[in-house]
Ligand binder design. Structure first.
Ligand SMILES: NC(=O)c1ccc[n+]([C@@H]2O[C@H](COP(=O)([O-])OP(=O)(O)OC[C@H]3O[C@@H](n4cnc5c(N)ncnc54)[C@H](O)[C@@H]3O)[C@@H](O)[C@H]2O)c1
Length: 256
């Protein structure tokens, strides 16, 4: 359940597309926007959890929540899926580029194939989903694009070089897109989460010791969860942040 109580009336009936909405932070965002009465579409590669999420939320939201199964590593698939969302729900006014793959790898043994695959999900698709959604936003009079980066690239992570490169690349991409699209009233901002405890993170990467060390570095002495991203993203999506673009918003409990 998304925890934010805030209401952003301008988001009601607005078409919102969230990539990687089937689990983790993306799923909390799907729920958060649905609670605002937005028309929410999300893309994911994970069929079962995504279908279950869409079914659960559709029964309790003003509009049905629409799941589109797609592999974002394929640019043709991105184009056809964005076109399908627009055809079903109208021009996308809010795009949240949330999907990613934070796999660990050793620099010495990383292959070209691994690198290309990692960049295609962590960076390349952010460009092409935004490129595909922008013309509709432009025709509709404007919009808001929110790109998920990470604080991790500032922390010298030894086993995340490709992911860190992509996440820092998203900052540059955000600023370039903001410059290009600002005159068309399309705002583009980045969000940099810190350690966000999700089921997947707990399964794959997080240990009790690692979590304690991160909380030690945070000003806020508690675990941050997916729901902690909902309020900041709703704010960036809403006209309440209408003067903000090209910015990086850190949500890390005060590490930076
Ligand atoms: N969880 C954290 O601690 C943390 C920290 C910093 C930044 N972030 C960023 O926040 C965002 C969400 O993080 P999360 O932990 O919820 O991520 P996650 O890995 O749990 O979720 C990503 C979603 O993207 C989907 N996805 C992966 N590959 C795909 C593909 N090829 N096509 C379509 N969908 C695909 C997955 O199925 C999943 O539902 C990511 O951009 C991540 O980099 C997370």
């Amino acid at each position: 359940m998304a925890e934010t109580q805030a209401q952003f009336p301008d988001l009601k009936d607005r078409t919102v597309l969230i990539t990687g909405g089937g689990s983790g932070i993306g799923a909390a965002l799907v729920e958060g926007f649905a609670q605002q009465g937005a028309k929410v579409a999300f893309i994911d590669i994970a069929e079962e959890p995504s279908k279950a999420l869409a079914a659960r939320l559709s029964s309790q939201s003003a509009h049905p929540v629409s799941f589109y199964h797609a592999d974002l590593r394929d640019v043709g698939t991105i184009k056809s899926t964005v076109a399908a969302v627009e055809s079903d729900l109208g021009a996308i006014r809010v795009l949240v580029n949330n999907a990613a793959w934070d796999d660990r790898h050793d620099i010495d043994t990383t292959t070209e194939e691994y690198w290309d695959n990692s960049q295609s999900i962590n960076l390349k698709q952010v460009f092409f989903v935004s490129q595909a959604a922008a013309p509709g936003m432009r025709s509709a009079g404007g919009g808001s694009i929110i790109n998920f980066s990470s604080i991790v690239f500032k922390m010298n992570p030894p086993a995340l070089s490709s992911y860190a490169a992509a996440k820092s690349g998203i900052i540059g991409l955000t600023k370039s897109f903001a410059g290009r699209f600002g005159p068309e009233n399309i705002r583009v901002n980045a969000v940099l989460p810190g350690m966000i405890v999700t089921e997947r993170q707990l399964e794959l990467w997080l240990t009790a010791d690692g979590m304690a060390k991160t909380i030690e570095r945070q000003c806020l002495k508690r675990v941050l969860k997916a729901e902690d991203l909902v309020g900041p993203v709703l704010f960036l999506a809403s006209d309440c942040s209408g003067g903000m673009t090209a910015q990086s918003v850190i949500v890390d409990g005060g590490i930076f």
